[in-house]
Design a protein around this ligand. Structure first.
Ligand code: ADP
Length: 481
C-alpha cells in the first residue's frame, strides 16, 4: 500500500509548528504583560509599594513609643527610609523629629502645613492620613503619612507624621522598557531553540512510530515500535507492539484455521464424491455393494455436519453471542444421569464405563453446556482408550469449596509437550486415526465453556498409562453446608 492509499485525513499542523507556535504565544503574553505593567501600572504600583513601606516603618516606630529607644528609632527610621519624621503629643508639644530634606519637606518648611496635617490627623476617623502632595520648593511629589502613638492605657497620646519623596517613575520606566526589549529578544531566541529541541524530542519518536504503524498496516509484522521522548510515547509504542503481536497471532491462527477447515472438509467431500461415482459407474446395480457405498456416503455426511455444527458452536461461544443460562443443579444427579445413558450403549460400542459418585453437591451452571463438556470428555476417553483395556472412568470428588470431576481412560496418554496444544482449535495428534470420529474442536469447545463458567481445568497424562481430564466447579453459595 502506498502512502496515498491511506485514508485521507484532515491534516492538522505538525507537532514542530504547534510547539513553536505555543512558545511564541507564551513569549507574546510575557511581552504584553511586561509592557502593560510598565506603561499603565508602574506609577500606581510604585505608589502602593511606597505607602505600604512608609506605613510599615511608621507602625514599627509607633510600637516602640513607650520604650527608651524611641528617640533613637526616629533617627534610624528616617535615615533608613529616607523620610522626615515629626512626633507630636495631643496637646501640640513636640516629642521628637528628624528631617532628611534640610528643612525643605512639607513638615519642616516653616509653613502651616504641619499644623494642618496635625489637625486633620486629630479629626480623622481612625487616626491615619495619607496624602500625595506637590512640594514647590523641592519640585517633586511627596507622600505625607500620619498615624497615632498610644499611651500605656491604650489611649491616643499623640501622632507620628512622616514625609517621603515620590521619585518620578519615568526614568525607571524607560530603563524597564529597554530591559523588556532585551528580554523579549532573548526569549524569542530561547523559544526558537527550545521549541526546536522539544519538537525534535517529541516529533521524531512519533514519526518513527507512524512509519512503523504504516508498515504494520501493510501486513509487515516485523515492524519495530520503539518509544522515546516522553512517557506517553513509550506507552503508545508498547500498545502498538502489543497490537502487532496480537495481529500476527490472529493472522497465523486465521491461516491455520482456513488450512484446517479446508482440509477437514475436503476429506469427507472427496470420499462422498468417490463413492457417489462408484455407485453411478459400478455398484448401481449391485444392491449389497450399493448399500455399503451409500452407508459410507451417509457416514461422511455425518462427519461433515458434525464438523460444521462444532465450528458454529465454537464460534458462538467464543464471540460471546451464546450466553450462559445459569441454574442451580445437583451435579451428582447430572453425572448419574449421563453415566446411565453411556452405560446403556456401552455394550454395543464396546467400552466399559465405571462411575464413582459422591454426596449431592449443588453448583450454579448452565446445565446443558456442562453436560456437553462431560460428554465431549467422555467421548474422547472412549475414542482414545486402549484397545485391550476399554475401561473409562467418571468420578465425582467433593471438596470443601468445589466439586472435582474427572474423566479418565487407559489409552496411550498424551506427550507432555502436546498437552498444552490439545485445547487449541483443530489440534489433533499426528497419530490420530481416521476411524476415530472427531473434529479437532471438542476440547476447544470444552475450554470455551469452562472458561465462561470460570472453572479450573486441566489434564494429567502418562504415556502408555492413560489420561485424566478434570475440571472443578465452585460450590453454590450457602447450598452445600
Ligand atoms: P478430536 O475431535 O480430534 O478428538 P479434540 O479437541 O476433542 O478433537 O481433541 C484434540 C486432540 O487431543 C485429539 O486429536 C487427541 O490427539 C487429543 N486427545 C483428546 N482426548 C484425549 C485422550 N483422552 N487421550 C489421548 N489423547 C486425547
Amino acid at each position: 500500500m502506498q502512502r496515498s492509499d491511506f485514508p485521507a485525513i484532515n491534516r492538522n499542523l505538525s507537532i514542530r509548528v504547534k510547539i513553536w507556535l505555543f512558545f511564541m504565544m507564551l513569549i507574546c503574553i510575557v511581552f504584553i504583560l511586561m509592557w502593560t505593567f510598565q506603561v499603565l501600572f508602574l506609577g500606581q504600583f510604585y505608589e502602593i509599594m511606597k505607602v505600604s513601606s512608609v506605613a510599615r516603618a511608621s507602625g514599627k516606630l509607633s510600637d516602640s513609643y513607650q520604650t527608651e529607644m524611641f528617640t533613637d528609632n526616629i533617627t534610624d527610621s528616617a535615615m533608613k527610609n529616607d523620610m522626615c519624621i515629626e512626633v507630636i503629643r495631643n496637646d501640640g508639644t513636640e516629642i521628637g523629629y528628624q528631617c532628611v530634606f534640610s528643612g525643605n519637606c512639607l513638615l519642616h518648611n516653616g509653613s502651616n502645613d504641619l499644623y494642618f496635617f496635625f489637625m486633620d490627623l486629630q479629626h480623622s476617623k481612625n487616626g491615619e492620613i495619607c496624602r500625595k502632595l506637590y512640594n514647590e520648593t523641592m519640585q517633586t511629589n511627596m507622600l505625607v503619612y500620619g498615624c497615632p502613638v498610644y499611651s500605656e492605657n491604650g489611649e491616643i497620646d499623640g501622632y507620628i507624621l512622616t514625609n517621603t519623596r515620590l521619585v518620578p517613575v519615568q526614568a525607571t520606566r524607560q530603563i524597564f522598557q529597554q530591559i523588556t526589549m532585551i528580554i523579549t529578544v532573548l526569549l524569542v531566541i530561547a523559544g526558537v531553540i527550545l521549541s526546536a529541541y522539544a519538537a525534535e524530542n517529541l516529533g521524531a519518536p512519533i514519526n518513527r512510530l507512524n512509519s512503523s504503524a504504516q508498515r504494520l498496516a501493510q501486513g509487515d509484522y516485523t515492524a519495530n515500535f520503539s518509544g522515546g521522548g516522553c512517557a506517553e510515547v513509550d506507552e503508545l509504542a508498547e500498545t502498538l507492539s502489543y497490537a502487532n503481536r496480537e495481529l500476527s497471532k490472529t493472522d497465523e491462527m486465521q491461516r491455520d484455521l482456513i488450512a484446517n477447515v479446508s482440509h477437514d472438509m475436503r476429506t469427507p467431500l472427496t470420499m462422498m464424491k468417490a463413492y457417489a461415482e462408484m455407485i453411478r459407474d459400478l455398484s448401481g446395480n449391485n444392491p449389497v455393494k450399493r448399500e455399503q457405498h451409500l452407508n459410507i456416503i451417509i457416514e461422511e455426511t455425518d462427519r461433515l455436519s458434525l464438523l460444521v455444527n462444532d465450528m458454529l458452536d465454537l464460534s458462538k461461544l467464543e464471540s460471546g453471542t451464546q450466553k450462559l443460562e445459569l441454574e442451580s443443579i445437583d451435579i451428582s444427579e447430572k453425572l448419574c444421569e449421563i453415566a446411565r445413558r453411556y452405560e446403556g450403549i456401552s455394550e454395543k460400542m464396546g467400552y466399559h464405563l465405571e462411575f464413582t459418585g459422591d454426596e449431592p453437591f449443588r453448583v450454579r451452571c448452565d446445565s446443558g453446556k456442562i453436560e456437553r463438556v462431560i460428554c465431549n470428555l467422555l467421548n474422547n476417553a472412549i475414542n482414545y482408550t486402549s484397545k485391550e483395556d476399554r475401561r473409562v472412568f467418571l468420578r465425582q470428588i467433593n471438596r470443601p469449596e468445589c466439586v472435582r470431576i474427572e474423566i479418565s481412560d487407559k489409552g496411550d496418554g498424551i506427550e507432555e509437550d502436546k498437552i498444552k496444544l490439545i485445547f487449541d482449535k483443530y489440534y489433533r495428534s499426528e497419530n490420530h486415526k481416521r476411524e476415530v470420529v472427531g473434529t479437532g474442536l471438542g476440547l476447544s469447545i470444552v475450554k470455551a465453556i469452562l472458561k465462561m463458567h470460570g472453572c479450573n481445568y486441566g489434564v494429567n497424562s502418562k504415556l502408555g498409562e492413560g489420561s485424566t481430564f478434570w475440571f472443578e466447579m465452585a460450590a453454590e453459595p450457602n447450598s452445600n453446608e
